[in-house]
Design a protein around this ligand. Structure first.
Ligand code: PLP
Length: 423
């Protein structure tokens, strides 16, 4: 909870006056800045410029496949899966390189579970009332998928080590409608949380009323470190050892490694789930874009090459996250109006403002020319019941723009916060 340090009425009135003056000054700057989505910056995309010259004249994969043509391997190129298997913690034979976006794979898993039967299922999800657990704050597009398919969303609070497992265990044990949980296990969107070993163990071991319960393990930020190199437990191994081998679907992509939207996505799971995936997706597509996979494999070379590439991203991103933290600390540090995360990886900072103020902060920012992700986007149906969390994505703007944006947001936090305190 955010604590409010200044309760003295006169002091508050002075602070409000000051915030009003600063806000007027902010508006006078005529800014036009955008912080709405967590996209890689052009400078980051330039790190992968060589991809545009690859695969050069070459078109054969290591196994001799002519990548220009239809045909095997429909699981994706082995050389690319070899690079990503260790970082996604999936045995290479159970890891498929398919599609250009992990979100489409999550979408397809839901569609196939709705229209067909998952291994272990007693029926199609389309014939049942289905609910998913949604750790909050979380990723808006996960929630949008549930909304799209009429899947009920049950919010679960996040803790420092992942979703509150006591709540999760109670819910899944007693309610057979609950078929899944969204998890962003490393540097979660937007809190930057890494799941603890205890969380991984309990997720894999818990009893679920639904026999076809699935963990949607969206490892979008598996190698996206800013400080240190966090490790998260191996969910597939943990599920197998706990006697629930088919429980987890693992997703990842190169969206924030090479080119967002023009990369490669990965799906990994148990042998039974992988066979289920192949059977379903084999109807949907003749095969993935092998030319793109080939150029990715040639560009990244091996897992060490991938890690070295990510260190270059870190060189660009770490100063941006540091700038946000510095400006927030300077401007809000002694106000008691806000707390924010200091993630060690990933793409986001979660800013928490006094209850009931997040929408107002975003509105004030918009009126001052700073577009911020709508408040509430971090919760199912866009509804943060406390109206408290704002997602900050520092990656895209330049450092100079980011400093202006961060400062502008702090002005809006002070104005909204002091207005509320003096109301
Ligand atoms: N998963 C999470 C947690 C994300 O934050 C994002 C993008 O912001 C994605 C998935 C999208 O990944 P992709 O481009 O592979 O669909």
């Amino acid at each position: 909870m955010t604590t409010i340090a200044h309760r003295d009425a006169d002091a508050l009135a002075l602070r409000l006056d000051e915030a009003r003056r600063d806000y007027a000054g902010l508006k006078d700057r005529g800014l036009k800045l955008d912080l709405t989505r967590g996209k890689p910056s052009p400078e980051q995309l330039d790190l992968s410029a060589e991809l545009l010259t690859l695969p050069g004249g070459r078109y054969t994969a290591l196994d001799g496949t002519d990548c220009r043509n239809y045909g095997a391997p429909s699981d994706g190129l082995r050389e690319l899966r070899d690079i990503f298997a260790p970082v996604l913690q999936v045995p290479v034979d159970q890891l498929l390189a398919v599609g250009n976006s992990s979100l489409e794979l999550m979408h397809d898993c839901l569609v196939h579970a709705l229209l067909g039967e998952l291994p272990g299922a007693e029926g199609r999800w389309a014939d049942q009332r289905v609910a998913f657990l949604c750790p909050v704050p979380g990723y808006d597009r996960h929630f949008a998928l549930c909304a799209r398919f009429g899947i009920d969303m049950i919010p679960v609070p996040m803790t420092d080590g992942g979703p509150d497992m006591g709540v999760v265990e109670d819910l899944v044990r007693s309610d057979a409608r609950i078929k899944g949980i969204w998890c962003v296990p490393k540097y979660s969107n937007p809190d930057g949380t890494c799941y603890s070993d205890e969380t991984v163990r309990r997720l894999s071991a818990m009893e679920t009323a639904a026999p076809d319960f699935r963990i949607f393990w969206d490892n979008a930020y598996a190698v996206h470190h800013l400080d240190g190199e966090a490790e998260v437990g191996d969910i597939l191994a943990a599920c197998r050892e706990a006697g629930h081998p088919d429980r987890a679907f693992v997703f990842g992509s190169t969206s924030k490694i090479t080119f967002a939207g023009a990369g490669v996505a990965f799906f990994g799971s148990s042998p039974a789930n992988v066979a289920w995936w192949r059977a379903n997706s084999g109807k949907r597509t003749i095969g993935p874009d092998k030319v793109n996979q080939l150029r990715h494999a040639l560009f990244l070379k091996d897992t060490d090459g991938l890690r070295a590439h990510m260190r270059r991203h870190r060189g660009i991103l770490a100063p941006k996250f540091a700038a946000v933290d510095r400006v927030f600390s300077e401007q809000l540090g002694d106000t008691g109006l806000a707390t924010w995360t200091r993630p060690k990886g990933g793409y986001f900072v979660a800013l928490r403002v006094p209850d009931g103020c997040a929408r107002q902060v975003v509105r004030l920012a918009a009126e001052a020319g700073i577009a911020v992700t709508p408040a509430g986007a971090t919760h199912p149906h866009g509804n943060d019941p406390d109206d408290r969390v704002i997602r900050i994505g520092p990656t895209y703007p330049t450092l100079e723009e980011l400093e202006q944006i961060a400062y502008g947001i702090t002005v809006c936090v002070r104005l909204a916060g002091y207005e509320r305190l003096t109301a």
